[in-house]
Ligand binder design. Structure first.
Ligand code: ZN
Length: 93
């Protein structure tokens, strides 16, 4: 398994203030991807892709009300190098 997600964060933290003028006078403490998830069981780093759900449902009084929710899809492959992030046995659990 690759380590692209963590190394990309590390590179950003180290190089951003050197390469981007907007960050020249900023001492960066963290550079972390927003939807990163570290598996509690396997310690593997994955991305969660949010998917916004909008719809309607009937209230107890029978009135149609709007519903908004967000669900997350978990990535199985690294978006940087294409390596599989999840082994077959983990996917099927
Ligand atoms: Zn990778």
């Amino acid at each position: 398994m690759c380590n692209c997600i963590l190394t990309t964060e590390k590179r950003f933290k180290e190089e951003l203030s050197l390469k981007n003028e907007n960050y020249k006078d900023i001492k960066i403490q963290y550079a972390n991807f927003e939807n990163k998830m570290i598996g509690l069981k396997d310690g593997k780093v994955r991305f969660l892709i949010p998917i916004n759900i909008e719809g309607t449902k009937l209230s107890k009084k029978g009135k149609e009300v709007k519903v908004k929710k967000t669900e997350y899809l978990m990535t199985d492959y690294c978006p940087f190098c294409g390596d599989e992030l999840v082994e077959e046995s983990v996917v099927n659990e």
